[in-house]
Ligand binder design. Structure first.
Ligand SMILES: *Cc1c(COP(=O)(O)O)cnc(C)c1O
Length: 380
């Protein structure tokens, strides 16, 4: 189910049209800076750079429209958009942590985020990453120096849920900030801020864009937290979203509710087919794990463990697929497949089988995809 209010937010139904001469989307404000009438006005605007249009590394009118819609979708006070999901994530960590602090990562986390955490060790920021059974028992991994709990739900590749409300409760009780990467569910299917989480980060590159043509990211939080991120990680690291790409994301948002519902339906059908296939050991899909949670909405990304003896055999199965592109990323109209890790990949997290492939189900239709999978899996 998708909230009717959310559909209207995605369409911008209630935004005043005067500012854009009645056009449905705002113009691309292709400007690096914004002139003021006087020196005094300029200096006043500079005091409030997170709100005033001064320089496009700070704020930009097209980007602002996207930020307003994303904040509304997550029921958050404020949103800042970034040049990529990783720019958003690195800005959150760089803005809120200092040397001596500790971060607790819960659930299987997007690989580059954990690589960033390792890089931050060089700056005196430590971390612990837990997954599997430990996820429900996360409190014992909190240290006196823990300043941030960062998690994904569902987790990358494994698609197990994390205890979101419990993480929020423990964070509040102990005065530790909590941050979720909410990319996979999109703001339509999960609103972490309403569950007490402080910060939600997104890669807009995936379902928000939806057409595999732009890279971007976003952070949604309270005005107070976002102001800190704006003046530190955002402005100083400089990962600003280009207005042209913001415009593409606004266009993507308009059809996102319809797209994700189709992705959800087709992905579930494909996952259920794979579950019955003799060459499939396990299907990792949140709606199959948590069948009893009827109000849990989900999109089109899941994994499957294939019965093969070698990486070569796994690649041969993947290569026989004709409708699935072999590529990274996901969330577009075309289905994609990727062997998640090489058999001796040093980045492969413990507990993740080597013969795991990840599918992003596009919009080709479930029956065509099932036919393709059936062909690819049958031959040995
Ligand atoms: C893709 C992705 C990111 C990174 O986003 P980019 O836009 O590629 O920088 C972060 N988290 C998750 C879960 C992702 O899938």
């Amino acid at each position: 189910m998708i909230d009717e209010e959310d559909i209207q937010i995605c369409l911008g139904s209630h935004e005043p049209l005067e500012s854009r001469d009645g056009a449905v989307l705002p113009p691309v404000s292709q400007a690096s800076f914004f002139r003021k009438r006087s020196a005094k006005e300029l200096f006043e605007a500079l005091q409030d750079e997170d709100r005033e249009f001064v320089y496009s590394r700070g704020t930009n009118p097209t980007v602002r429209v996207l930020e307003t819609r994303l904040a509304a979708l997550e029921r958050g006070e404020a949103c800042k958009c970034f040049a990529s999901g990783m720019a958003a994530i690195s800005s959150v960590l760089a803005s809120l942590l200092s040397s001596g602090d500790h971060v607790l990562f819960i659930n299987n986390i997007y690989g580059p985020t954990l690589q960033l955490a390792s890089m931050l060790e060089d700056f005196g920021i430590r971390h612990t990453a837990i997954q599997g059974e430990d996820v429900t028992d996360f409190e014992k991994f909190i240290e006196p120096e823990t300043k941030l709990i960062y998690f994904e739900s569902p987790g990358s590749m494994t698609f197990r849920l994390a205890p979101v409300s419990e993480i929020a409760r423990v964070g509040k009780k102990r005065g530790i900030l909590t941050c979720i990467d909410n990319t996979v569910c999109t703001p339509l299917f999960q609103k972490p801020l309403t569950m007490g989480i402080d910060i939600s980060v997104h890669s807009l590159t995936k379902y928000v864009g939806g057409h595999s043509d732009a890279v971007g990211g976003a952070v949604i939080a309270s005005c107070e937290i976002l102001k800190k991120i704006f003046y530190r990680g955002y402005m100083l690291l400089g990962g600003a979203l280009a207005p042209q790409n913001a415009w593409l994301f606004l266009r993507g948002l308009m059809t996102m509710p319809n797209r994700v519902l189709q992705h959800q339906k087709d992905a579930l059908e494909v996952a259920e087919y794979l579950e019955t296939h003799p060459r499939v050991v396990e299907v990792l899909h949140p709606l199959l794990f948590y069948k009893e949670e009827t109000d849990f909405g989900y999109t089109g990304l899941f994994s499957a463990v294939i019965d093969v003896d070698s990486f070569e055999e796994l690649c041969a199965v993947v290569d026989r697929l004709e409708l699935f592109g072999k590529a990274v990323s996901w969330g577009g109209a075309e289905s994609l497949v990727i062997p998640a890790f090489g058999f001796d990949d040093r980045h492969r997290p413990p507990g993740i089988p080597e013969n795991l492939v990840r599918f992003s189900i596009g919009l080709e239709g479930a029956s065509a995809l099932i036919k393709d999978l059936s062909n690819a899996l049958e031959k040995r």
